[in-house]
Design a protein around this ligand. Structure first.
Ligand SMILES: [Zn+2]
Length: 125
C-alpha cells in the first residue's frame, strides 16, 4: 500500500487477506482499496482518536471516519482510512487492514461475509 505510515501491510498481503470475504462485491471493493485507499496516520488528532477507541483489552488498529450523510457501499467506497500504527504481526495487520477497508466499503459489524473481526474485535494484537 502506498503510504508513509508504519505497520501497514503490503498490497499483496492485504489482497491475500481479503480472500476470506464471501461477498463478491465487498471482496472486489476491499481488493481495490488495498491498492488505492489513502491512509492517514500520525496526526495528533488521529493518535488521540486511536487511544479513545481502544478500551480494556481491545486495541484499535485503525478506523474509518465517515460522514453519515454520505452513502458508502462496495460500489462506492470511502476514499481514506485512519491508521493507528499499532505494532503487530504481519498477519494481524493485514487482517486489521481488511477489516477497516471493509468498513470503507460500507460493511458494518455483525454483517458477516467472512470479514475478520466481525464483532469489532480482532483476535490478535
Ligand atoms: Zn470495525
Amino acid at each position: 500500500m502506498s503510504s508513509t505510515c508504519s505497520e501497514v501491510p503490503t498490497v499483496e498481503e492485504c489482497q491475500a487477506a481479503a480472500q476470506v470475504i464471501t461477498s463478491d462485491c465487498l471482496k472486489k471493493c476491499v481488493e481495490m482499496q488495498c491498492a488505492g485507499i489513502k491512509i492517514n496516520c500520525s496526526s495528533p488528532e488521529i493518535q488521540k482518536n486511536c487511544k479513545d477507541k481502544s478500551s480494556e483489552g481491545i486495541v484499535a488498529m485503525g478506523y474509518v471516519a465517515r460522514f453519515d450523510d454520505v452513502p458508502v457501499s462496495c460500489a462506492s467506497p470511502w476514499k481514506e482510512i485512519n491508521w493507528c500504527e499499532v505494532p503487530s504481526s504481519r498477519e494481524c495487520r493485514a487482517k486489521a487492514m481488511v477489516h477497516e477497508l471493509a468498513h470503507s466499503c460500507g460493511w458494518h459489524h455483525n454483517q458477516g461475509f467472512g470479514v475478520p473481526g466481525d464483532d469489532g474485535n480482532l483476535p490478535c494484537n
